[in-house]
Design a protein around this ligand. Structure first.
Ligand code: ATP
Ligand code: PAU
Length: 321
């Protein structure tokens, strides 16, 4: 592919092409129209810190690539339909987004959702986060896992696999449980309905994992078996830790103030106390999870976005296949 160069290390066996920012941004060249003012506003609503430059230089070319992959995939299922003498309706194309807590998965997912919606042919793009497949706090407490949220054992992975299998089987409607960061728990009386979108984006730190528990499930299937294109959002650990602490400070002044917030007690902390608390949660929970369970899955992704300390993407690695 134009502009990409093979990975510098292990050049002979690496499946990735590497693009620096300059090379990558050129790949939006044939996008027919720039983002409209209205679309830019919508993107700003997703994350006020996301720059227009970032959206158009990084995420727009990425949406162009995804659009081509989705179209190719649809052609392939039409070919199978032709073979079967039956134009079987295509099932949702699933894009997975993985990476550490606080690396920016949700933001990436929402930007891609907004951009993909404007491509012709697949206007219905839904978004599900694997947070909904965490066990409720009641179960986590019983199992002594309250300090292990986000670790493989804190998810009902079988249920997540069942959800994806049902979606890929062409069901008219599938449902996912809903997690609330405010309640810090699964909402018992809420369900997210997914009705055969053209594309489903599944965002979560665990989507590329294949731990022992999953292998024991029968039949032997992994979450990644249902993902057509996977993206890993990557950054230096020091940067992610800082983003985690910064986000915690923002939440202390905003969401934690809400008396309904599980972390309402944190609203009363001073800036220094909040910083200490956030650093401790990072050190005790999210950092070990990154090292032990998330980073080892990075090279399973089709595409790796590497961010610099200001969240701007410095490098894109794309698997040849
Ligand atoms: N592209 C971006 N530009 C600027 N800031 C960003 C960008 N992406 C994310 N951020 C900031 O980084 C922090 C984490 O982002 P986000 O909530 O999207 O992460 P996440 O990976 O979904 O985290 P979690 O797994 O904890 O839900 C937030 O403070 C967000 O505002
Ligand atoms: C719900 C997860 C696991 C993933 O989004 C994460 O946001 C989380 O709650 N981690 C546990 C430690 C913490 O509160 O940051």
């Amino acid at each position: 592919m134009k502009g990409g160069k093979p990975m510098a290390t292990q050049e002979d066996i690496s499946p990735y092409l590497i693009f620096d920012r300059q090379q990558w941004k050129k790949l939006r060249a044939s996008v027919p129209m720039p983002l409209s003012g209205e679309e830019l506003e919508r993107l700003r609503g997703i994350n006020e810190n996301l720059s227009v430059e970032e959206a158009s230089e990084i995420y727009l070319p990425l949406s162009r690539l995804l659009n081509l992959v989705v179209t190719g995939n649809r052609k392939m299922s039409e070919t199978t339909g032709l073979f079967l003498g039956d134009l079987n309706p295509s099932v949702p194309f699933v894009i997975g987004i993985a990476g550490s807590v606080a690396v920016g998965k949700s933001t990436t997912a929402r930007v891609l959702q907004a951009l993909l919606r404007r491509w012709p042919g697949h206007p219905r793009v839904d978004l599900v986060t694997t947070d909904g497949f965490l066990y409720p706090n009641r179960v986590l407490e019983e199992r002594g896992l309250m300090k292990r949220k986000g670790f493989p054992e804190s998810y009902d992975t079988r249920r997540l696999i069942r959800f994806l299998a049902e979606l890929k089987s062409g069901r008219e409607e599938v449902t996912a449980p809903v997690y609330s960061h405010l309640a810090y728990d699964i909402l018992p009386d809420r369900m997210q309905r997914v009705r055969r979108p053209d594309i489903l984006i599944v965002e979560g730190l665990n989507i590329l994992q294949s731990n022992r528990m999953d292998r024991l499930s029968s039949p032997c299937l992994f979450v990644s078996d249902f993902i057509d294109f996977s993206i890993f959002v990557d950054a230096r650990e020091e940067d992610i830790a800082r983003w985690y602490v910064e986000r915690f400070q923002v939440l202390r002044r905003t969401a934690f103030r809400n008396p309904a917030s599980y972390f309402h007690r944190y609203a009363g902390l001073t800036r220094e106390e909040a910083e200490r608390t956030a650093k401790e949660i990072w050190r005790e929970i999210n950092r070990p999870n990154l090292k032990e369970n998330i980073l080892p899955t990075r090279e399973r992704a089709r595409l790796i976005l590497t961010k610099g300390s200001d969240h701007s993407v410095r490098e894109v690695r794309l698997r040849r296949m």
